[in-house]
Design a protein around this ligand. Structure first.
Ligand code: ADP
Ligand code: MG
Ligand code: ZN
Length: 607
């Protein structure tokens, strides 16, 4: 709008300038005296007039003494007729040199047409201007081949990311190497009658390297690579999304062999009519267009579509049908070996002290994604710089594990003496139960320095990466989760809000044991609730209820049984070891942080 006003003002000024110059121009000619027609006739009859120039209605009269005068004739009648009406002597009139000129160009336009044209011009200008503004905003769809896809040129050496820059993900890389080979030497496969896959779907938790891997494929295959994010398709203008898809595929086909990469496919590929995120017609049209295009291109056109998503569960089943994304590659969170490799890749250009042991960092970071690890190394570099040190040491790396895990330490958020005591007993409750239970993960660190949202925390990490979890592990885990709550209750005979997060996690876990893992003896080996949630998504979406009200109340009872039992176990453990609890809590109040080795020594110490 600001620009609109500015331009309006400019247009107005230009108009003023033009109008002004014309008035000036007119003034110079209007020095002549205005004659009435009857006067003119009189002059003619007296043979004073030498030339009359007719310009439209205007008459320029030159007298014999070469003075100039002007007159206006009647619009509708011709001059001679008018003059006759005023009684001119026709013999005398013949002596006058009559010159007829069309009204002078500019004056004619200004005089007659501009008043009508100008408003039109202004309106036209306004329309043009608004259209241009709108284009700049959301209607960019009309630009660059309409598809808005970024073309990554295989010859671009600067942004080159190869498979070597992607650590781990061995199986995924193997599958994709095959795709690369399809693109490089399609003949080899076609000769054998093999169908080259049309679509590859990369599935994995956020930060596992899906986007990274797709870019690596692009440069390895050295074919044109069209990359676009799903959310870029979702635009406000109806029809734009699907026309973009059409364009994207057309451009790719023209450049075949080529790769198309649609990142964050779930932004468009959600189940149609599911009602999640509203019944968005535009999105559905876009999705339909993708389906049409995927069916439309014949096998072996040399165009392969790669897509990435972290929500395969919400994707429209039509997308997952064979013949569309016929390859599905799952990217797992990295295991300890891969974590070390990822750390190494991201440490390449960073100066490290000699004491740095990336293996230890890898050990301490189960559950971290590639992106978390990259972030960890980066945070360590920032921390080192803030301390004005030249090289990153192990301490900074360790410190940053917790920072990435729990948010930054909040030293400023100092707990009052009473709060500190409560936090200390709460965390000691977790740590003590964890240490006493055979199937719980070992305690790595206890701290009552608040971090992120937590007042304190007890860090327990498994010694190895685990893929399967047993019932006894879960039961011990539940007990440890309730350890903080139980300790507070036993020591202070009072409860605080500090345990609410623990309770929530514990309840969710107990519910999963019953409804997902079939670990409740009473309800037996079946699941309850609709679609299976992928483990790594970690978030529950609305599940369909596929059981009766009666079962629902049984589920509730079973969930409560798990948590009640855990609470009982925690109470017994803490009551029996009350002195130990006091001991841990006292150390914690004094030191605020207890590391694993100190804690193990503390557990062995006599009370
Ligand atoms: P997403 O799966 O969410 O698309 P990205 O591919 O964007 O994840 O990964 C984010 C960042 O994490 C990458 O830019 C890279 O720095 C790092 N990263 C993730 N996985 C790996 C890996 N396997 N090797 C090296 N770096 C990785
Ligand atoms: Mg991504
Ligand atoms: Zn707790």
């Amino acid at each position: 709008m600001k620009y609109l006003f500015k331009n309006l003002i400019i247009a107005f000024l230009v108009f003023l300038a033009i109008a002004g110059s014309f008035t000036l121009f007119n003034n110079t000619t209007e020095e002549a005296e205005e004659l009435s027609l009857s006067n003119l006739v009189e002059q003619i009859n007296q043979e004073n007039v030498s030339v009359i120039t007719i310009k439209g209605d205007k008459l320029e009269i030159e007298l014999k003494d070469s003075t100039k005068q002007e007159a206006t004739k009647e619009r509708e009648t011709s001059l001679t007729e008018s003059l006759k009406n005023y009684g001119v002597d026709s013999e005398k009139l013949k002596l006058v040199n009559l010159e007829i000129k069309g009204e002078s160009g500019a004056a004619f336009w200004v005089g007659n047409i501009l008043p009508f044209l100008l408003p039109l011009l202004i309106i036209g200008f306004l329309f043009w201007f608004m259209f241009r503004g709108a284009q700049k905003g959301q209607m960019k769809a009309f630009t660059f081949g309409r598809s808005k896809a970024r073309l990554i040129d295989p010859k671009d050496k600067k942004n080159k990311i190869g498979f070597k820059d992607v650590a781990g993900l061995k199986e995924a890389k193997e599958e994709l190497e095959e795709i690369v080979e399809f693109l490089k030497t399609p003949k080899k496969f076609i000769d054998l009658g093999a169908k080259i896959p049309k679509g590859v779907l990369l599935v994995g938790a956020p930060g596992t390297g899906k986007t990274l891997l797709a870019r690596a494929v692009a440069s390895e295959a050295s074919v044109p690579f069209f990359s676009v994010s799903g959310s870029e398709f979702v635009e406000m203008f109806v029809g734009v999304g699907s026309s973009r898809v059409r364009d994207l595929f057309q451009t790719a086909k023209k450049n075949a062999p080529a790769l198309i990469f649609i990142d964050e496919l779930d932004a468009i590929g959600r189940q149609r009519g599911a009602g999640i995120g509203g019944g968005h017609d535009e999105r559905e049209q876009t999705l339909n267009q993708i389906l049409v295009e995927m069916d439309g291109f014949e096998v072996n056109t040399g165009v392969i579509l790669i897509s990435a998503t972290n929500r395969p569960d919400v994707l429209d089943p039509a997308l997952l049908r064979p013949g569309r994304f016929d390859r599905r590659i799952t990217l797992d969170l990295p295991d300890i070996k891969d974590r070390k490799k990822i750390l190494e890749i991201h440490s390449l250009n960073k100066p490290f002290e000699k004491d740095v042991n990336l293996k230890e960092i890898a050990e301490r970071t189960p559950g971290f994604s590639g992106a978390d690890l990259a972030n960890l190394v980066n945070e360590a570099a920032i921390l080192t710089a803030r301390q004005n040190k030249k090289k990153i040491s192990q301490d900074e790396l360790r410190e940053c594990i917790e920072k990435v895990l729990l948010g930054p330490e909040r030293k400023s958020n100092i707990l009052s003496k009473e709060e500190k005591e409560i936090a200390a007993y709460h965390e000691s409750g977790h740590a003590l139960t964890a240490a006493l239970l055979p199937n719980a993960d070992p305690v790595q660190k206890i701290s009552i320095i608040s971090r992120g949202m937590a007042a304190g925390y007890t860090l327990k990490l498994p010694l190895t990466d685990k893929h399967l979890h047993s019932r006894s592990e879960f039961i011990d885990e539940l007990t440890v989760l309730l350890g903080g709550y139980t300790a507070e209750k036993l020591v202070f005979k009072e409860l605080t809000t500090g345990a609410s997060n623990d309770l929530q996690i514990a309840t969710e876990l107990a519910r999963k044991l019953v409804t997902k893992y079939g670990m409740s003896e009473k309800l037996g080996p079946r699941t309850f609730g609709g679609r299976e949630e992928m483990v790594f998504l970690g978030r529950e979406i609305s599940t369909e209820k596929d059981y009766s009200e009666e079962i629902a109340s049984q589920i509730d009872k079973e969930v409560s049984k798990f948590t009640d039992n855990a609470y009982k176990t925690a109470t017994k453990l803490i009551t029996d070891n009350r002195k130990k609890l006091n001991q841990i809590a006292q150390v914690l109040i004094k030191k605020e942080v207890i590391e694993r080795k100190q804690f193990e020594a503390l557990m062995k110490k006599k009370v």
